[in-house]
Design a protein around this ligand. Structure first.
Ligand code: ADP
Ligand code: ASP
Ligand code: MG
Length: 417
């Protein structure tokens, strides 16, 4: 029987940016090896490197081929794992780098946004028989044509969790530049409070509303395969936050966090015909291109015409506008406008399901700060507001204060369940 104990540790871009920081990573990894565990390290590209590579592509081409974009972007992680394996060897550890096509991490062919289909765990286990440390490149895989793919921005988190699931690892740790998952982004709200535990479902909501501390797909993976994930800092010994299944000991609160997402663009189509099939003519071609549409508002009709407003990711704006231009005549639109100076702010909490009044408190708090709400949407467990992006930080801090998220749930004055 194979009694190999495997630890998976993923380190993000700031944790590997430069020799000194990688030495800190080496310390953490060596500690784990000293415990007798085999260690699979998943590394991101050094901070800023993926952006630099994608910028290069946009200088070379007005519409870069997605498969070539992936061939380019994957080099960032390749540099990190090769350098890290060198450090390990110098420290006396048996280590090697492993790329996505060597493992293999097989994915769909959706270049720049591929999904993991399966991981060849046997090959990895065989490699672990001869090594203490495998430094696996995050964010990348390969498709059925043998071409390199990437898993979407922030995708190394998903590589880490997927590897932990495939290897049935003892531990899956995501090391980053903050001490765990907080009630909101600690870099913009100094009252943000670190959570000791958070359920998969709440983490999914936070991630999908813009809290980039974990990529949303990594949380989906963790939930599906029941992998407990510890998010913690590379630069301190704080035990961080455990992301796991809900249990009775968890905080049951009305509002658990505030998330924001600046990667938003608003599109308004004026005076489209108000008749069957128009929404489908607008959103059909957009969906076919794999563009995710977020908030959608259709106004009430006047004289057989109406306005339609929705949001997309900023990177998809130009493509979206071109698709709309192509159907403009068919839908009878007078004018199409877009705006990238917007930000989405969300109040999240499973406790909202059974309680009313959260939305009105959120709106009143925004009104007190004179922040205009451009679009609104609500679901059972979240309230989302689109605002001008220059007010993003103010809105997050205001909502954090309104719902007293700096305090433990039991110490909050109003509205707790
Ligand atoms: P890495 O490079 O390690 O993957 P990221 O930059 O992708 O790190 O994610 C960590 C960042 O996520 C933090 O620096 C922080 O600004 C941001 N963040 C946003 N929301 C939260 C939150 N609720 N809790 C913790 N961090 C958050
Ligand atoms: N390097 C990739 C990115 O910047 C993946 C990651 O860091 O998770 O998106
Ligand atoms: Mg990240």
């Amino acid at each position: 029987m194979n009694t190999m104990k495997i630890t998976v540790q993923k380190f993000g871009g700031t944790s590997v940016a430069g020799l000194e920081r990688m030495k800190r990573v080496l310390e953490i990894v060596s500690r784990e090896c000293a415990r007798g565990n085999k260690v699979v390290i998943v590394l991101s590209a050094m901070a800023g490197e993926t952006n630099r590579l994608l910028d290069l592509a946009s200088q070379w081409s007005s519409d870069p081929d997605p498969a070539e974009l992936d061939a380019l972007a994957t080099t960032g992680e390749q540099v990190s794992v090769a350098l890290f394996a060198m450090l390990c060897k110098d420290a006396g550890l048996k280590a090697r780098s492993v790329l996505g096509h060597q493992v293999q991490i097989r994915t769909t062919c959706d270049y720049t946004n591929a999904r993991i289909l399966d991981i060849d765990a046997n090959t990895l286990r065989a490699m672990l028989n001869d090594h203490d440390v495998l430094a696996v490149a995050g964010f990348q895989g390969c498709d059925e044509h043998g071409r390199l793919t990437t898993l979407g921005r922030g995708g190394s988190d998903t590589s880490g969790v997927a590897l932990a699931a495939a290897l049935n690892a003892e531990t899956c740790e995501i090391y980053t530049d903050v001490e765990g998952v907080f009630t909101t982004d600690p870099n913009i709200c100094d009252k943000a409070r670190k959570l000791d535990r958070i359920s998969y479902d709440e983490m999914l909501e936070m991630a999908s509303m813009g809290a980039k501390v974990l990529q949303i797909r990594s949380v989906e993976f963790a939930k599906k395969y029941n992998v407990p994930v510890r998010v913690r800092s590379t630069f301190s010994d704080n035990p961080g936050t455990l992301v796991s299944q809900e249990d009775k000991s968890m905080e049951y609160v009305l509002v658990s966090g505030i998330a924001y997402d600046k990667d938003q663009a608003r599109v308004t189509i004026y005076d489209v015909l108000d008749q069957p099939g128009v929404a489908s003519s607008i959103f059909g071609p957009i969906a076919e291109k794999g563009i995710l549409v977020d908030m959608i508002i259709q106004n009430t009709s006047r004289d057989g015409h109406t306005d339609m407003t929705f949001t997309v990711s900023r990177k998809d704006l130009q493509k979206t506008l071109a698709l709309l231009e192509a159907v403009r005549q068919d839908i009878g639109a007078k004018e199409i406008q877009s705006d990238t100076g917007v930000c989405k702010v969300s109040v999240i909490g499973v406790g909202m399901r059974n309680h009313s009044g959260v939305a009105s408190r959120a709106f009143a708090a925004m009104a007190r700060e004179n922040i205009n709400l451009l679009m609104l949407s609500t679901s059972e467990i979240k309230i989302t507001m689109l605002i001008e992006d220059k007010y993003a930080e103010l809105a997050v801090r205001t909502l954090h204060e309104e719902f007293e998220l700096d305090k433990q749930p039991g110490e909050r004055k109003v509205g707790e369940v």
